[in-house]
Design a protein around this ligand. Structure first.
Ligand code: PLZ
Length: 448
């Protein structure tokens, strides 16, 4: 199959003001046609994308430090993904796995069972989105344990559906006006090293002790179906939990028959320099939710976990019309093959080794950079008021991001306080683009 996108020049190029005239015209149509509840942080309309470049309808080429929020880990329109999904589309587009099953679904589940942490016997189900995966993980944990309570953490993000809004921490914009929310959700303090009162070194063990104490006092471990956590928090600001926090939670869960669910929707598939972020501290979740990076940009998500938990649900209790769509499964198999054959786990680590020192250098130079954190190709800066003052500084974000956008760098923000700049380049980005993207960010700080 001819893949036009593969020829997209891997060079930044700005030929109009940003957004350009064609994007502005499209934006006018969009405002009249699309509900305003859906935002766009950089409203340049895309013509094609691949490697480390996003090209807009005006011919501007942006360096991609966003990967569509950690989705196109193998690159946009990855040739393997295009070929395999295209071939599947030509054979059949949909039968519904619950009516007539097909091999691709089974093969993706086999692959997930193989690559997710732990060598116990596993099962998987496929669904359409990260939120749907999280909802299903909670259903499975409740069904398997006969318990109801779900423990989540401050700064958590798990989705926008009703149950996942309840699981998500931040009110604005995710929850405001959308209640009432699902019950039996309990929120614990997060092991947030940069903001831990007694310092980052004490953070992990102290936060774990607090969570255990609060769960015991307020819920009773025997009522808890699941503890749900992102092993590195994504939307909340790329918060890497204090060392020891996750292993202590896992140990507490094991002791009380609580299902430990790792939400690896954003951290999964080589993003953090491991195939999954859980691997960093050697923890093995009972259930793991995945999406985003799984299928090179096609909508697919999954729950994978211990066979005895997954199989506890009665037949017909899980499913959905589109879950495990055949083209999305074909794309996932191609994406996974790419991650493994091109060793993108190592590439992700190498990207971190390029980005982190330069972010640390920014922190040395500018007092408003309070913290640098993350792993692999998932790294961030947290902006504060100044030296020794950790008051969040969301006001400094806009001019930096605006400078980057108008100079051809797609850059995303995050954080409960809206004061985090996050970098999520595709893992196939070239070193030259990585370097150039970082230089643009450095210039943005220099101009501040
Ligand atoms: N769990 C850890 O990061 C999605 C959401 C962006 P869906 N994160 C990006 C936005 O503003 O909507 C996410 C996540 C984690 C669950 C989800 C939800 O995944 O595929 O967006 O439903």
């Amino acid at each position: 199959m001819a893949v036009e996108h593969a020829e997209l020049p891997q060079q930044r190029r700005i030929v109009t003001e940003i957004p350009g005239p064609r994007s502005r015209a499209l934006h006018e149509r969009r405002v009249a046609a699309v509900a305003r509840g859906v935002g766009s942080s950089l409203p340049v309309y895309v013509a094609r994308a691949g490697g480390g470049i996003v090209e807009d309808v005006d011919g501007n080429r942006f360096i991609d430090f966003g990967s569509g929020i950690a989705v196109t880990n193998v690159g946009n329109a990855n040739p393997r993904v295009v070929a395999r999904a295209g071939e599947q589309l030509a054979r059949f587009t949909h039968t519904c796995f619950m009516i007539n099953p097909y091999e691709g679904y089974v093969e993706v589940c086999e692959a997930l069972n193989r690559i997710t942490p732990g060598d116990h016997e596993k099962r998987s189900i496929l669904v359409n989105s990260g939120a749907e995966a999280v909802e299903n993980a909670v259903k499975i944990a409740r069904s398997a344990t006969g318990r109801q309570a779900v423990v989540v953490f401050d700064h958590a993000y798990h989705g926008r559906t009703n149950l996942t809004m309840a699981l998500t921490a931040k009110n604005m914009p995710y929850k405001q006006g959308f209640g009432p929310f699902a019950g039996e959700v309990y929120r614990m303090p997060m092991a947030y090293p940069f903001r831990w009162p007694t310092g980052p070194d004490n953070c992990g063990p102290e936060a774990a002790a607090q969570a255990v104490d609060l769960i015991t006092k307020q819920i009773g471990p025997e009522n808890v179906a699941a503890v749900l956590i992102e092993p590195i928090q994504g939307e909340g600001g790329f918060i890497v939990p204090g060392r020891g926090f996750l292993p202590a939670l896992v140990e507490f869960c094991r002791a009380h028959g609580i299902v430990f669910i790792a939400d690896e929707v954003q951290t999964g598939f080589a993003r953090t320099g491991d195939m999954f972020a859980c691997e960093h501290e050697g923890i093995v979740p009972d259930l793991i939710t995945t999406a985003k990076g799984i299928a090179g940009g096609l909508p697919l998500a999954a729950v994978t976990g211990r066979a005895e938990l997954m199989d506890a649900v009665h037949s017909g209790g899980l499913g959905g019309t589109y879950g495990g769509n055949p083209a999305a499964c074909a794309a996932a198999l191609a994406a996974l093959e790419t991650i493994e054959s091109e060793n993108l786990v190592a590439r992700s680590r190498a990207i971190g080794e390029v980005l982190l020192p330069r972010l640390h250098a920014l922190a040395e130079r500018y007092d408003i950079v309070g913290d640098v954190r993350g792993r692999g190709a998932m790294v961030a800066l947290e902006l504060v008021a100044g030296a020794g003052d950790t008051t969040p500084n969301p006001g400094a974000i806009a001019p930096i991001v605006e400078y980057c956008h108008s100079n051809g760098l797609v850059l995303l923000t995050a954080g409960t306080y809206g004061n985090v700049i996050r970098l999520l380049p595709p893992l196939v980005i070239g070193d030259d683009l990585l370097d150039e993207g970082m230089s643009i960010l450095e210039e943005a700080f220099a101009r501040l």
